[in-house]
Design a protein around this ligand. Structure first.
Ligand code: ZN
Length: 581
């Protein structure tokens, strides 16, 4: 049953009343002549805040007391029924209630009923007010959870709440409330993904959710994915064993139709980050569903490679930046990340200015620690909710990590697969340096020649050159060091060969598709700013909850606003069952 929202009484009609009260207050506080000379404004401002705080409290107290009394005298039958079983409840003594809200701390006696069948207390006023039975109003919860999800730590969130809104919320409390709301969002996500997975294949492939408009012809639907790092609290004896119980209990595991419930370690996978051993580092995943605007052209709009990619200094920077993921570099340097990770990102951004790729219009963000197969279903669900199934142009961009391309194969095979150009570049650079031999200038010349070919979609020619070199110099032997010339070339050769079907860059430019995955890489950094740090250790559940919230707040569109509206509508006026968490 959805109640009609009664119109709020006209505030305009109160204006003259407020004016009268303000005049009386001014008279009482400082007399008709106003504050004596020398009175600082600071004092006046504090008085104004205190007075209005008092007024807010009195007003809300009165409104709630009056409503409670009216409910006590005459509560329509429909509001007396138990939300669990639908039976009539019996009136009990009213209970004292304290509600912290942004405006004040409100206190009143709340009507209280009881269902003898369910043996549960029932608070019809809370249900009708759309608040839960805890001590926080929705607006204050929103404020606390926003701080908890976006500040670098719960401690900083607590400090900011005090300084910026005058709310005293202890660090632990910020953590507890953020986790609670995050878990509610996870429950919504689970339900959405389950619903999606049960849709007929046809609907999933070319339908769209009710009320969602598919991106029009001038847009391209882009999905990107990448991995970051965070630390879990306990190092289990065997990392791969420890992940199992959690995933096995995951209802989404059944939906993947894939035996792999945990991430496999793929030794041949060059772009997969490996956590430093003996530590608490674990992988988290970040996915984007991006609506981007671009044009389709008859011919390649940018056949000549941008300067950035043939500028010695800049290329050096790009390659150094990619050698290690930002996550691991920060850990090894022992510095609080983010700040150290800027050079590669800057370079990539500059590169994009050279080639006018598609422009970002809207982004939806997903972050989770689930295994790649499960993450793939969740990402597919997010893309579907954005109406991507119906889009005419679709692209999937990532580095060469094989786990991500398995996601593409099983969930996004109708999307044009694109290997991040920057990653391709770093492998071409490494191989050219070796093939150039002692002569550094020759290595650079080869690089420029080869990367031009790659840019123009002729990676096959580069592969041919590398094959020839490998034939002349022999393949690395089993167990040979990865840094020998033969090994470096073999690695690049393997990488380019494996990914050549995703390197038709000239064609992608004609289609107006993106060439780089920098948007998801910088999103990994934004997520990491919250969850990753040498001093940050997460519980499994807490990590997932905060990842979800951080992604929600980083998404365009009113994700959390929608959530708070649904949450108010779903209020039961019953106390939640106590859980052991
Ligand atoms: Zn009941």
């Amino acid at each position: 049953m959805v109640l009609p929202t009664p119109p709020a009484p006209k505030i305009d009609s109160c204006r003259s009343l407020i004016q009268g009260h303000a005049k009386n207050l001014a008279d009482r506080l400082y007399g008709a002549d106003g504050p004596p000379l020398g009175t600082r404004f600071d004092e006046m401002e504090r008085i104004a805040l205190t007075v209005t705080e008092e007024l807010r409290k009195r007003l809300l107290d009165l409104l709630l007391v009056r409503q409670a009394e009216a409910m006590h005298q005459n509560l329509p039958e429909e509001h007396r029924l138990c939300p669990s079983c639908g039976r009539e409840t019996v009136a009990q003594d009213p209970e004292p209630r304290v509600l912290r809200c942004r405006a004040a701390v409100v206190e009143w006696m709340e009507p209280h009923r009881y269902c003898s069948r369910c043996r549960k207390a029932f608070f019809p006023q809370s249900k009708l007010l759309g608040i839960d039975t805890s001590n926080y109003s929705t607006a204050l919860l929103d404020l606390i959870v926003y701080a908890g999800a976006n500040k670098t730590s719960f401690r900083e969130a607590s400090r900011d709440l005090l300084k910026m809104s005058g709310q005293t919320v202890l660090e632990k409390q910020v953590e507890r409330l953020s986790k609670r709301i995050g878990l509610e969002r996870l429950e919504e996500r689970r339900a959405a993904v389950e619903h999606f997975a049960k849709l007929p294949l046809k609907t999933r492939c070319d339908g769209s959710p009710e009320g969602v408009e598919a991106p029009g012809d001038e847009y391209v639907a882009v999905v990107m994915a990448d991995a970051g790092m965070l630390q879990l609290r306990d190092t289990p004896a065997k990392p791969d064993e420890a992940a199992k119980p959690d995933e096995a209990a995951d209802p989404l595991a059944a939906l993947t139709g894939d035996a792999a419930e945990v991430d496999e370690i793929d030794d041949e996978d060059e772009d997969q980050d490996r956590p430093p051993s003996g530590r608490h580092w674990r992988e988290d995943k970040v996915g984007l569903a991006l609506t981007m605007k671009s044009k389709v052209s008859e011919t390649d709009p940018c056949p000549e490679i941008p300067e950035t990619f043939i500028d010695r200094q800049r290329v050096g920077k790009i390659v150094r930046g990619l050698k290690k993921s930002a996550a691991l570099r920060a850990e090894e340097d022992g510095v609080a990340e983010a700040s150290s990770a800027s050079p590669p990102e800057e370079t990539v951004e500059r590169a994009e200015i050279d080639y006018e790729g598609p422009k970002l219009e809207k982004r939806m963000v997903l972050a989770s620690r689930k295994s790649w197969p499960i993450f793939g279903v969740m990402l597919a669900c997010m893309a579907w909710m954005a109406g991507f199934a119906k889009a005419k142009r679709k692209a999937f961009v990532a580095d060469g990590a094989r786990a991500i391309w398995r996601v593409w194969k099983s969930r996004f095979s109708s999307y044009v697969p694109i290997l991040d150009f920057i990653h391709a570049l770093s492998y071409v650079f490494a191989a050219a340096k070796v093939v150039g031999g002692e002569n550094e200038a020759e290595g650079w010349r080869l690089y420029v020649e080869w990367i031009r070919w790659v840019w123009q979609g002729q990676v096959a020619t580069v592969i041919e050159r590398l094959r020839q070199w490998q034939q002349d110099h022999g393949a690395p032997e089993k167990g040979e060091s990865t840094t020998t010339d033969r090994s470096v070339v073999a690695k690049s050769l393997r990488y380019l060969t494996n990914n050549m079907d995703k390197m038709k860059y000239a064609e992608y430019r004609k289609q107006g598709l993106p060439l780089v995955s920098s948007l998801v890489e910088s999103m990994v950094k934004q997520i990491s700013r919250r969850v990753k740090g040498t001093e940050k250790f997460w519980g499994d559940e807490g990590a997932e909850a905060v990842l979800q919230l951080r992604a929600d707040y980083l998404s365009d569109g009113e994700v959390m606003e929608g959530f708070w509206q649904r949450r108010q509508k779903a209020a039961t006026g019953q106390r939640p069952y106590r859980t052991n968490s």
